[in-house]
Design a protein around this ligand. Structure first.
Ligand SMILES: Nc1ncnc2c1ncn2[C@@H]1O[C@H](COP(=O)(O)OP(=O)(O)OP(=O)(O)O)[C@@H](O)[C@H]1O
Ligand SMILES: [Mg+2]
Length: 234
């Protein structure tokens, strides 16, 4: 479904990603794990069209989307839930969802809203509350829900566990699995290797802008380097 080939990208003269290759098949949950500054967000921004790659290609559903404007990439079925959530704090839950669904028509919007409220009942209860009054976990749920409102085929999630208590992180990961069951493919970026590999099918390890390891999640969870560097185990 998504094929990133020899992606080189960065900011101005600073190169961050070096020949990154990754493949996501329909229906998978794929993790990219990596430390602070490894280039995880830069990878997602490149896929989303928020930055233009220096070199390399990004194919989606067999079509080259490299360098297309963001709104066209959204229309093709890719949605990003950004790191740090970036909600509209002075807008209500419903208004935030409306922003996510700005490009879908009336009937579709109502269907999506119903589906999203089914996955996130708490957002339905709080639909008229300002986003800023939600708890951290609820805000992350709202960010994910807003991402779903553009009716994506693939959802890119940038560190959804960031700043959340372990119990809430588990809840968020459950929701991610549920979204996959609804037929949406997931590319999940995390510093928290354990929780992301536990729910994903395969994963990639990104270190200083290069993919250094890839495999099934079970393989990575058993891998000695992953255990030492990312799981704090021996
Ligand atoms: N807008 C920018 N301008 C210049 N350099 C940037 C910019 N954004 C990120 N960088 C640099 O690119 C490198 C990779 O950053 P990136 O945000 O992709 O890492 P990350 O893996 O997402 O890290 P984190 O886990 O902290 O979110 C870092 O060295 C960072 O300083
Ligand atoms: Mg990041």
């Amino acid at each position: 479904m998504l094929q990133v080939r020899r992606l080189n990208a960065g900011y101005g003269k600073v190169q961050v990603l070096w020949d990154v290759d990754l493949t996501v098949r329909r229906g998978e949950i794929i993790s990219i794990i990596g430390a602070n500054g490894a280039g995880k967000t830069t990878t997602l921004k490149s896929i989303m069209g928020l930055i233009i790659p220096f070199k390399g290609t990004i194919q989606f559903d067999g079509e080259d989307i490299t360098g297309l404007p963001v709104h066209e990439i959204v229309r093709k079925g890719i949605s990003l839930v950004p790191e740090g959530r970036h909600l509209f704090p002075k807008m209500t839950v419903l208004e935030n969802l409306r922003m996510g669904g700005y490009a879908v028509n009336g009937n579709k919007y109502r269907d999506l809203l119903e589906k999203v409220f089914q996955i996130f009942p708490v957002l339905k209860e709080r639909r008229n509350q300002l986003a800023s009054t939600l708890s951290g976990g609820e805000q992350q749920m709202l960010a994910i829900a807003r991402g779903l409102m553009s009716d994506p085929k693939i959802l890119l999630l940038d560190e959804p566990s960031l700043g959340l208590a372990p119990k809430i992180v588990k809840k968020v990961m459950k929701v991610v699995s549920k979204i996959r069951e609804e037929g949406i493919t997931i590319l999940l970026v995390e510093q928290n290797a354990k929780i992301s590999l536990e729910i994903s099918d395969r994963g990639y390890v990104l270190e200083t802008g290069k993919i250094v390891l890839e495999g099934t999640s079970d393989e990575l969870l058993r891998n000695e380097h992953v255990r030492k560097a990312y799981l704090g185990l021996m």
